[in-house]
Design a protein around this ligand. Structure first.
Ligand code: SF4
Ligand code: SF4
Length: 179
């Protein structure tokens, strides 16, 4: 019994050391620019830009394959920050920030298939199998990824109501779409 415990402990320790060394040796450092651009992006990995996550989007911008305006949830602010980091001039006059929105589940048609909850990159949807699902508005980024997954077409994106907390003086020419 003692031999088994000692043996397993030694095996576990050995594997741990091996994996630690491998992680160090095989580590692929992302180019500094990719990392810097990825820090500017929202980090939601929602895929609205067409890339499989913010890191891939940052790498594409760094390679010059994607425009700085690629991130819909980031809008003008992220585009400006990316352009500044890349030291490029950019005309954002045509780019309008979309009004903030969130997903909404029509509970009368929800069948509790859980597809939307599994798709959501921000874990904004709560529910259990065969139970009605609902969206936590404060967590939802409005990415829209869940809308297409719902077999009951029960999910829609709704503009978030303007509240005292979200209202602000519009800046002249800020390009934000007003409701
Ligand atoms: S739109 Fe849907 S998938 Fe996207 S964050 Fe909101 S609940 Fe999640
Ligand atoms: S995908 Fe649609 S039917 Fe399925 S749990 Fe979500 S809201 Fe309900």
């Amino acid at each position: 019994m003692i031999e088994a415990i000692v043996g397993l402990t030694a095996l576990g320790g050995g594997l741990g050391v091996f994996l630690g060394i491998a992680a160090k040796r095989l580590r692929v450092e992302a180019p500094a620019l990719d990392g810097a651009l990825a820090e500017i992006l929202p980090g939601q990995n929602c895929g609205q830009c067409g890339y499989p996550g913010c890191a891939a989007a940052a790498a594409a911008v760094a390679r010059g394959e994607a425009p700085v305006t690629l991130c819909p949830p980031g809008g003008r602010a992220v585009a400006l920050a990316l352009a500044e980091r890349l030291c490029v001039e950019i005309d954002l006059s045509a780019l309008a920030d979309a009004a903030p929105r969130a997903a909404h589940v029509d509970e009368s048609v929800c069948i509790g298939c859980t597809k939307c909850a599994r798709k959501c990159p921000t874990d904004a949807i709560v529910g259990a199998a065969k139970q009605i699902h609902t969206v936590i508005e404060d967590v939802c980024s409005g990415c829209g990824a869940c809308v297409e997954t719902c077999p009951s077409q029960g999910i829609s994106l709704r503009p978030l109501p303007v509240t005292l907390h979200s209202w602000y003086w519009p800046k002249p020419g800020d390009g934000v779409a007003r409701q």
